[in-house]
Every structure is written in structure tokens, then in C-alpha cells.
Design a protein around this ligand. Structure first.
Ligand code: SAM
Length: 277
């Protein structure tokens, strides 16, 4: 019997609604193994007999701390340094040189990495800046990285990664240059890199705080979890958040907005970089 059958379709439906309206995440009844594997440890820790009882409690009570613990347990924080590689090559070879040319008079550059998870993505951009465009360190560089997940943001701020995380995407040269070895199984991003980025909590499907217009927005591998309606609303707000002259948007490898009238792809190879039309 599937979990949905065990807990009744109505309870599942109610939980799916609470989750989507608070976090944006869509869950599908066929993914009941995810509910089991991710919520059972939390349920047991909080004294419930299992995840089904826990979900029953959640749908019958106003959203509070326990709900947020459950939501966070259901988020996928999967990330790595220089994920998919080629967007970072394009960033280095095309996008950043272009932005430097456009912004050389104001000498201001604003970057936002939305859904930055545990920090590997914004730190990859910061490493490119330090390695290839050190002149930007003398500019007014503002680099915001946000995520909905408290523990991801806390880890990103600390910038501490284990051996496996560090080996996923970084060369030995990059490790030596940008991280400090803490012990046999952990490294920390050097202070100078950590100081470049401001990490904050931000829920993409709720109101956004007042923010400047950005020259570059990275929003990768998060919109895939959202409904068409939430995606459309986020794209509208991203359009308002991008500098209309200079702004670039970078999506994840499996995401595209080719048919959105507000954006155009900047490359026929569909590298997932877009500009406002
Ligand atoms: C799969 S990770 C992608 C991380 C990184 N952008 C990358 O591509 O490697 C998705 C991230 O989106 C975050 N997320 C999910 N829903 C969110 C929301 N409503 N607002 C902000 N972040 C959200 C998750 O916490 C998670 O860290």
C-alpha cells in the first residue's frame, strides 16, 4: 500500500497544499518514498509514531516551527562547485568581460544568487572574480546570495565543506588558493572570499525585500520544483529586478524561458543566459 493510500488522499492533498503555499515545492503522490525517508527521522525525533502521524498533525495545525522543520527536510539542497561547468566558463569569458566594459564608468557591479543552497554556487562566482577579474575587488561590488533554508544559509556563511564536497568541482590548485584546511576532513573558504558575499534568507514565492537592480542574477535548479504560476510570477519579478541595460539572468541546465516574451536567450547554443528583451 502506498503512503498516500495509508494516510488518505485527502490528508496528502492538504499537506501538498500547505507545502506549496509556503515553500513553492510541488509534491507528487508517486514520490511517497520521499516523504517517508525525509520526514520519518524528524517525526520520530518529535515523538510521533511515524511520518504519517506527523503529517496528520501538520495539516491540522497552524504553520509553526515544526512545519518549517518538515519543509526544510523536504527541500533538495543538492549543489556543487562550478556545477555544469560551461555556464561558469561563459561567465568568465563572455558575461563578466561584457559587464566590466558596460559598468567601467560607475565601477559598480551587483550580483544576486537566488537559491544559493550551501554556498558552492556563489563561491564559484567569487573565485572567478578573484582569479580572473581582480580589478573588480576595487569596485563597489555587491554580491547577495539567498535561500529559504536556514541550515543551508548557516553552512554557506561558515563556508566549511568536507573532503567530498570540496572534491566536487574544485581543482587542487583552487583548493590551495581559496580554502584553508581545518582538519583531515574539512576545509573553509578563506575569509577574503567569505567577505565578498552577503548570505540571507529569502523565500522566492513570497514578497521580496527591497533590493537594487542587479547586473547578474543566478537562479539555478530551483524553478524546476515550482508550478507554472509560481515560475511566471518569479520571472516577472526577476525582470523588474534586473538592470534593463546590463542585466543577465542565468538559469540551470534543465531550465529555460525561451518562450517568455520578456526575455531572450543570448546564445543560439542555449547556454541558459538570458537578457531582457
Ligand atoms: C537544488 S538546490 C540548487 C542550488 C544551486 N542553485 C545549484 O544550482 O547548485 C535548490 C535550492 O533551492 C532552495 N529553495 C527551494 N524553494 C525555495 C524558495 N521558495 N525560496 C528560496 N529558495 C528555495 C532550496 O533550499 C535549495 O537550496
Amino acid at each position: 500500500m502506498s503512503a498516500v493510500e495509508k494516510m488518505s488522499a485527502a490528508v496528502f492533498e492538504q499537506f501538498a497544499k500547505v507545502l506549496e503555499s509556503n515553500v513553492g515545492l510541488l509534491i507528487d503522490p508517486s514520490k511517497d518514498y520521499l516523504l517517508d525517508s525525509r520526514l520519518s527521522p524528524l517525526a520520530i525525533r518529535h515523538g510521533y509514531s511515524g511520518y504519517i502521524d506527523f503529517i496528520k498533525y501538520l495539516v491540522n495545525n497552524p504553520v509553526g516551527n515544526l512545519h518549517w522543520e518538515a519543509f526544510e527536510a523536504l527541500l533538495t539542497n543538492e549543489t556543487m562547485f562550478f556545477r555544469d561547468r560551461h555556464p561558469f566558463t561563459t561567465l568568465q569569458e563572455v558575461i563578466l568581460p561584457n559587464l566590466i566594459e558596460k559598468k567601467k564608468v560607475s565601477r559598480e557591479l551587483k550580483i544576486w544568487c537566488a537559491a544559493s543552497s550551501t554556498g558552492q554556487e556563489p563561491y564559484s562566482v567569487a573565485m572567478i572574480i578573484r582569479d580572473y577579474f581582480p580589478e573588480l575587488l576595487g569596485w563597489k561590488l555587491s554580491f547577495l546570495a539567498t535561500d529559504i533554508c536556514h541550515h543551508a544559509i548557516a553552512k554557506a556563511k561558515d563556508g566549511i565543506y568536507n573532503n567530498i564536497e570540496v572534491m566536487r568541482g574544485l581543482s587542487q590548485e583552487q583548493i590551495t588558493k581559496h580554502l584553508t584546511k581545518l582538519d583531515n576532513n574539512s576545509y573553509q573558504m578563506k575569509q577574503e572570499i567569505r567577505d565578498m558575499i552577503k548570505f540571507e534568507l529569502l523565500n522566492l514565492i513570497k514578497d521580496w525585500p527591497s533590493m537594487p537592480k542587479f547586473d547578474l542574477i543566478l537562479i539555478r535548479n530551483v524553478l524546476i520544483y515550482f508550478s507554472g504560476e509560481n515560475k511566471a510570477s518569479i520571472f516577472k519579478r526577476i525582470k523588474n529586478q534586473l538592470d534593463p541595460q546590463s542585466g543577465y539572468l542565468l538559469l540551470g541546465a534543465s531550465e529555460s524561458i525561451l518562450y517568455n516574451p520578456d526575455f531572450q536567450s543570448i546564445d543560439s547554443r542555449n547556454l541558459h543566459f538570458y537578457k531582457i528583451k
